[in-house]
Design a protein around this ligand. Structure first.
Ligand SMILES: *Cc1c(COP(=O)(O)O)cnc(C)c1O
Length: 243
């Protein structure tokens, strides 16, 4: 298939997603402009990002440092327009320096140690790095993130104003895998409730972003206050392997 037709195919999927976003915003009585659409391009080639860019998308989510490093080089060669690319996968501290240089934002900060490493790296790279704290609200073993009751979360929030090369923007979570829409909804409600609680305890920190909602649950997330939905499958089609 030539690139023209995959770009068209992307445009069709995007129109469908946009329609569903608009409907969810109407349902929740929220302006469309309050919800950012992040295109999750993990596992897809650089050409898929180019197709999405041709449709006007400028915010992307990638989950692996090395994978995106390769795509970034290909995008530069292809003369791609500038875009915001967020890391949305788990980040090990030893890759913090590379991630801080490569990505526009890190949405999965889940430890004090990682935040400190990112701050040092961002300072060396002479940039201010926007971050979200990832919160784990389900029991699933595979999930990463800070538990809401963890002491480390409180320590991190106290330390953040001193990490001057990081710019705290809010919270992120991944809902548990379930068919039960009420479980999904209560997960999103918990993140929002936690945000309200933490922001009143830490008025100096910015908690305005709530990154929640994926292909299967973004309408619920929008109804519960999401400011950024992370959409992979509904835009790019199925990924080859579960990642
Ligand atoms: C893969 C991934 C997504 C996108 O998932 P889809 O169900 O394909 O929309 C969103 N957020 C995170 C953290 C992911 O890893």
């Amino acid at each position: 298939m030539d690139s023209q037709s995959t770009a068209e195919e992307f445009g069709t999927r995007l129109a469908r997603v946009e329609e569903a976003i608009a409907a969810a915003c109407r349902q929740a009585n929220r302006p469309r402009g309050e919800v950012q659409l992040m295109a999750v391009s993990k596992t897809h080639p650089a050409s898929a990002l180019l197709d999405a860019m041709a449709s006007g998308l400028r915010i992307f989510g990638e989950n692996r440092v090395q994978e995106y490093q390769q795509k970034a080089a290909q995008l530069a060669t292809a003369g791609a327009p500038s875009a915001e690319v967020h890391l949305i996968g788990h980040l090990q501290s030893n890759k913090a320096a590379r991630a801080a240089e490569l990505f526009s934002a890190i949405d999965t900060v889940d430890s004090l140690r990682l935040a400190e490493r990112l701050d040092e790296a961002a300072m060396r790279a002479r940039k201010t790095l926007p971050i979200l704290l990832e919160v784990k609200l389900s029991e699933e073993e595979s999930k990463t993130g800070l538990a809401p009751e963890a002491r480390e979360l409180e320590e991190l929030l106290e330390r953040l104003p001193n990490l001057r090369s990081l710019s705290m923007r809010g919270l992120m979570t991944v809902a548990p895998i379930t068919e039960d829409r009420q479980v999904t909804r209560s997960c999103f409600q918990s993140l929002r409730g936690l945000r309200d609680q933490l922001s009143s305890r830490h008025p100096r920190l910015d908690f305005s972003e709530l990154s929640m909602g994926m292909s299967g649950d973004f309408e619920i997330a929008i109804e519960e206050g999401s400011t950024c939905i992370r959409i992979g499958t509904a835009l790019f089609g199925a990924r080859e392997a579960m990642r």
